[in-house]
Ligand binder design. Structure first.
Ligand SMILES: Nc1ncnc2c1ncn2[C@@H]1O[C@H](COP(=O)(O)OP(=O)(O)O)[C@@H](O)[C@H]1O
Ligand SMILES: [Mg+2]
Length: 261
């Protein structure tokens, strides 16, 4: 055994080191260090504008950091090397905030979209993949011929999820998947994300403000503030750190916890 180094290990899916990003005089990221563990659900939390979406965009290679590195399964992200970027992006699936469906396409065609574009599957293979994807998000094939406008909000989210995992990414990222949803749909989508993570054995990253659902599904929480990771670890640990900002952000849960005593 060699002694522990900062090199790649099998249980880290994404390793972020010393990440800095500014826009003009706005320093958004001031040295982010973060490990995203393989096969777990990690929530990235923090106030509006703290740079959560920006972090995902850098992980995807849409935006380059000013300073610092991002490694995905041990491979260095380099937004200037398109071939390499394409290679690494095979592992990554993302559902953007308000990730909309193609309105003019049926549910089937929405889910089959990237399968048809990127894989050379027969019609029956595509049918089978779409059916199993819809099933894994709790939708029967009777919905396949419908237009998105004929579905409920919750059903549309399910279709968007099926489409996002269609290419079998190893890492699935969700940017604010429940923002603006009612509490029942929020819980449904949150549970669905957990179930899909388990079923497809994914490494999952969820960006969210919903501190009231995070404790039921997150296995790991990273809290961002002032361009740094101020807490990272298991959900319960947020109540144990002595950091006024962490305490403030999770204050409602602290109250909830105390009421239950
Ligand atoms: N491409 C960009 N150009 C200029 N400013 C940006 C860009 N992307 C993000 N920002 C700024 O960076 C900050 C963090 O944005 P964002 O990551 O979207 O925050 P959030 O944590 O709410 O997702 C915001 O102040 C935003 O205006
Ligand atoms: Mg955002």
């Amino acid at each position: 055994m060699t002694q522990a180094t900062s090199s790649y290990t099998d249980d880290i899916a994404i390793r972020v080191r010393g990440l800095k990003k500014s826009f003009g005089s706005f320093h958004i990221h001031n040295g982010i260090d973060l490990d995203i563990p393989v096969g777990k659900v990690t929530y990235i939390m923090g106030g509006s504008g703290c740079g959560k979406s920006l972090l995902l965009k850098q992980i995807m290679g849409f935006i380059s950091p000013d300073v610092g590195t991002i490694d995905i399964f041990g491979e260095r992200m380099d937004a200037t090397n398109f071939q390499k970027l394409k290679h690494i992006r095979r592992h990554l699936g993302i559902l953007f905030q308000n990730g909309a469906l193609f309105d003019s396409l049926s549910v089937y065609d929405n889910v089959a979209f990237s399968l048809k574009e990127r894989l050379d599957l027969s019609k029956s293979e595509t049918d089978a993949r779409v059916e199993s994807l819809l099933k894994s998000v709790g939708l029967a094939m009777v919905h396949a011929t419908k237009a998105p406008s004929e579905l409920s909000g919750g059903q549309r989210k399910r279709v968007a999820l099926a489409r996002a995992v269609a290419m079998k990414p190893k890492i699935m990222m969700y940017d604010e998947p429940t923002t603006g949803l009612d509490p029942v749909t929020t819980m449904m989508v949150t549970n669905l994300i957990r179930d899909i993570s388990e079923e497809h054995k994914l490494t999952t990253i969820v960006i969210s403000h919903d501190t009231h659902v995070v404790f039921s599904v997150a296995e790991n929480i990273a809290f961002l503030k002032d361009g740094k990771v101020r807490y990272v670890g298991p959900p319960r640990g947020v109540f144990e750190v002595e950091d006024a900002d962490v305490e403030e952000f999770f204050v409602l849960e602290t109250r909830y916890k105390e009421e239950k005593k």
